[in-house]
Write a protein that binds this ligand. Structure first.
Ligand SMILES: *Cc1c(COP(=O)(O)O)cnc(C)c1O
Ligand SMILES: [Zn+2]
Length: 417
């Protein structure tokens, strides 16, 4: 692509739990030694002029120095990255804070923030010669995975959770994946099954367990800081399902800080739905890991609905605490109001994506959001992802009018200018 661009500075994988290291050029999901999550490490001293090199290109791959794709590998792309950071002064005033912007990741190729992660993870697997892969999904991960597998010419199998709506499932099959609906009683059963399958190594398994995928989530942080003149916001608010998005963004901010590109770190705030909030329960109780709690079928925030979290949500809890942030929940009414209010700002989102904005609206009252805050809410998926919720939340049509100049003129005369 760009011959002069410096290559990846990733060096190896390290296990969160037993500290063993592994080479990068192999397909692993969890640590073969202990089953822990693997983290990609970098030699940051080899990163050269990150901001200058990044400024010469557009899209996610301009950050390749901080992504673990080997130099000889081909980048699969559908145009992911560089979503807009939209400043919303009216919303900031209503929330009672200095500044509020939304990072609109609904504008990715398949309509959700999953695309950065799957562009990278599928490129990586494809480079290592994989020709088939699987993931499980409430819808968005599946559509993204299917699209990048289609791009790579790989066979995709997507196992969908019960909350996956028909439109999302159709998007997955549209991109050529084979879809099966999962039967289970708790999200924890899914984790156990897919972890076992991944360990057997038959197919590449791409999701939060995959140590490559969430590296691309760091790019959200790079983009936010670059768009803000290399300054981090005071607060970054992120919806939390598995926690990969929040964790990845936090890692991205810490890298920019270590590289001296930003001089302070944001507080990270994780948001879930009140009826399904294992993260918030563990955070409030001061625990290191989440338990099983809540009812995924009881919320319209389908993309973050789970009654358990992968690996007990340990990484996400750690990121939130390290950053001095909080985990909070918002109720169904607050989520619907946030979808409607964002709509009035010109931003169309699915309910799960609105929880970050909803949390900011409540943050001053709840006490964790100082008045001086400059906040960014990451909105993770577009409105059309959940047509039924959109139709239930959006205001109704006013009435009927004849296509006739007089009738139209009378109607428009009643509208104030
Ligand atoms: C996947 C998803 C989330 C949750 O992201 P995690 O990385 O699993 O925490 C939030 N919002 C939308 C729209 C999603 O598709
Ligand atoms: Zn280990």
């Amino acid at each position: 692509m760009n011959g002069s661009r410096p290559t990846s500075t990733a060096t190896h994988l390290r296990c969160d739990d037993c500290d063993q290291t592994r080479e990068l050029g192999e397909l692993v999901t969890v640590c073969p030694n202990c089953g822990g999550l693997l983290e990609t490490e970098y030699d940051l001293s080899r990163v050269v002029d990150l901001a200058d090199h990044a400024a010469r290109e557009r899209g996610m791959w301009r950050w390749r120095q901080l992504l673990p794709l080997p130099p000889t590998a081909t980048e699969l792309t559908l145009g992911e990255g560089d979503s807009p950071l939209v400043s919303l002064p009216r919303s900031a005033r209503r929330a009672g804070i200095a500044a509020l912007a939304v990072k609109n990741d609904g504008l990715m190729p398949t309509g959700s923030f999953k695309d950065r992660g799957f562009a990278l993870a599928v490129s990586f697997a494809h480079h290592l010669g994989e020709r088939a892969g699987f993931t499980y999904s409430s819808g968005n991960a599946g559509a993204s995975f299917a699209a990048y597998c289609a791009r790579a010419g790989m066979a995709a199998t997507v196992l969908v959770e019960s909350v996956a709506n028909d439109a999302k499932v159709a998007l997955i099959t549209l991109h050529g994946a084979e879809v099966h609906r999962l039967e289970y009683d708790s999200s924890a059963e899914i984790f156990t099954a897919v972890e076992a399958l991944a360990r057997q190594g038959h197919h590449t398994y791409v999701n939060f367990l995959n140590p490559i995928r969430h590296e691309a989530m760091k790019v959200t942080a790079y983009e936010i800081c670059e768009s803000s003149g290399w300054q981090a916001p005071d607060v970054v608010v992120h919806p939390v399902g598995t926690g990969g998005g929040l964790w990845g963004a936090w890692k991205g901010f810490t890298e920019l800080h270590a590289l001296g590109l930003i001089d302070r770190l944001p507080r990270m705030v994780g948001v879930q739905s009140t009826v399904c909030a294992p993260l918030v329960e563990a955070f409030d109780a001061g625990r290191e890991a989440t338990g099983r709690t809540g009812d995924p079928s009881a919320t319209i925030a389908q993309s973050i609905a789970g009654d358990a979290m992968i690996h007990g949500g340990r990484r996400v809890l750690r990121a939130i605490r390290e950053s001095g942030g909080v985990a909070v929940s918002v109720d169904e009414q607050e989520i619907a109001d946030a979808v409607r209010d964002l709509g009035r700002e010109g931003i169309g989102v699915e309910p799960s994506a609105a929880v970050s904005y909803a949390a900011l609206r409540a943050g001053r009252r709840a006490g964790w959001l100082p008045e001086s805050s400059r906040a960014v809410a990451v909105v993770t998926g577009t409105s059309l992802k959940q047509p039924a919720a959109l139709q239930a939340i959006a205001p109704p049509v006013v009435g009927r009018v004849r296509a006739d100049a007089d009738a139209l003129s009378a109607l428009l005369a009643g509208r104030s200018r």
